[in-house]
Design a protein around this ligand. Sequence first.
Ligand code: HAM
Length: 572
Amino acid sequence: MRIPPPSAMFLASATTILLHRRIVVVVSAFRHHVSPPLQPVLRPTSSSLRRSSSSSSSSSASASSAGRSGGRTSDIAVLFAAEVTAAAGDGGASAATKPTKPTTGGGGGRSSAAVSDGDLLAKTTVGNKPPASSSSSSSPVLDANPPKGTRDFYPPDMRLRSWLFGIWRDVASLYGFAEYDAPVLESESLYTRKAGEEVTSQLYNFVDKGGRGVALRPEMTPSLARMVMAKGGGLPMPLKWYSIPQCWRYERMTRGRRREHYQWNMDVWGVGGIEAEAELLSAMVTFFRNVGLGSDDVGIKINSRGVIAEVLSGLGVPEGKFAATCVLVDKLEKVPLDAIQNELAELGLERSTIESLTSVMSNATIESVSAVLPPGSVAMKQLSDLLDLCDAYGIRDWIVFDASVVRGLAYYTGIVFEAFDRRGILRAIAGGGRYDRLLETFGGDPTPAAGFGFGDAVIIELLRDRNVLPSFDGSGFDFVVFAMGTDMYKAAVGVASTIRAEGRSVDLILEPERKAKWVFKHASRNEARYCVIVAGDEYENGEVVVKDLSVGEQRTVRMDALGDWAKEAFKS
Ligand code: HAM
C-alpha cells in the first residue's frame, strides 16, 4: 500500500466521522426504504495421535461535451482544476460510497431442491419469524450498528488493520516465528479454570445444537496448548509460533477495551530459561520502534510470580493456593485492599501471610525485594539475569522492574510482563509471561512455555494520541482509467489490462457514461496518483492522456510504451 506523508493528526477523527456519517446514511436509507487448580483433562483425538452508487442522476441531461463519446481532453484540464479543488473540501459520503439499498425480506429463506427432510423448512424457520413491526410496514427497521463492543471495518479501518497486522507479521518473521491459527469457537472446557479469573467470567459461551458446551475464544493460549497437545509430543521443540486471532470477552467497555479485539500472540515453547522472555521482550520493543514509539512513550514492567511463590512457600502455604492467590493479588490495583485481604483470607491465607505479600509487592527495587525474600532467591536471580540480557539486546531503557505486576491469568508461573503507556492514561498495551504448567493442567506432559498477547485496540489509541499513524484515506490504487464515452470502453479495458500486467493497481471506471468531472473528483478523493483518460482522438493517434494528480500535470503517452511507462511511473 502506498502510504501518503503523515499529515495524519486528524486521521482518527476523520475516519470516525466518516464512519458515523456512513452509519447515519445507512440508517436513514433503511428508514426511507422500508418506512490451575482442578482442570478438565483434555485428550488428543485418536486421529491426531495417529498423525503424531448509483450513477450520477443528471448525467444524461447535463453531460458536458467532455463526458460524451469521443470528447477531446483539452476540456479536461479546465474541469480538473475546478473539480479537484471541490473534492478536497468534500468530506461527505460520495456517490461511490453511498450504501446500496438493503433488500428487505429476502435472503436465506430459499428452500433447496435437495431438501429431503420434509420438516426441515419448519424447523429452520422456527424462531426466525420477524418481530412485529410497530409501523404499518411489514418489515422491521434494522439496527445498523454492530453488536455492542464489536466493530465494523470499513475500507479505511481495514487498511489500518492490515497495516498493523503487517507490522506484527514482519516483526514475527524477523524473529523467526511461524504463523498458526485455530478456530474461534472452542470447547468451553478449555477456559473453565477455577482460579477466579476475570476472563472466565467474561466468556461468550453457549450450548451448540449437538449439546456441546462451546465458547468464542477469549484468548489464544489455551488453543495453542491444545494444538501442541494434539500432536502428542510430535512437534520439534523449541517452537516459536505467532498468531493474530480475534478474541471475544464480555468485557465492561472502557477506552481500549472492547468485546472483541485482535491480539498478536508470540509464544516460545520448549525453552525453560529466561532467554525466551528476553527474545519476546526484544520482539515487542522492535514493534514499538517500527511504529515510531520510543522508550519515553512506552515502558515494559517486569516481575516474577516466583517472588509470590517464594513468599508463600516460606510461610508454609500449600502450592495449590498459588494460582488463585496470584489472580487475587492482580486485582489489588482495581479493588480496595481490605476486599482483597478478605478474599485471600477466604482462600485460607493467614493475615500475616497477606501482609507479607502486600509488603513485598510494594517494594520498588530488585534489591529491596531480595532483602525480604529467603536467601538465594531463584526468582530474583532470574529477574536480574533477564535485565542483563535486556542490556545485551539494547532494550534496557524500556524495562522497569515492578514488584506489583502479577497479570490476571491463572496459568503464569514465572516472569510476567506488561507494556504500559508512560503517561499512565491507557490500560495495559500488552501482557504476557511464563506458563510452564499449562499443558500439565490439560493432562499433557510438562512443557516450558512463555509468550505474550498484544491487542489492537490500545495500541491504535496510543498511536493516534502520539500522532504517528499514517493516513489510510487513500484506497490503495495507483491509477484510475476511464473511457471518455461508451464507445471507448473496450479500449479502456485494454489500457487497464496493460497497466495491471505491470503489477500496478488500477481502478477502472466501470460506468463509461460517467462525466470526467466525477472521475477526477473520485480519483482525488481516493488519493490515486494518475488518471489515464482513453479519449477518441488521442486513441486514434495511438495515445492516451495521463494526468499526474500529485502535481496536476498532463501529458500523452504512446500506447506501445504504456506498460514501460506504468512500471517506471512511481520512480519520480
Ligand atoms: P491478557 O493479558 O489477557 O493476556 O491480554 C493481552 C492483551 O490483549 C492485553 O494487554 C490487551 O492489549 C489485549 N486485550 C485483552 N483484553 C482486551 C479487550 N477486552 N479489549 C481490547 N484488548 C484486549 C492473554 O490473553 C494471554 N493469553 C497472552 C499470552 C500469550 N500469554 C502468553 N502467551
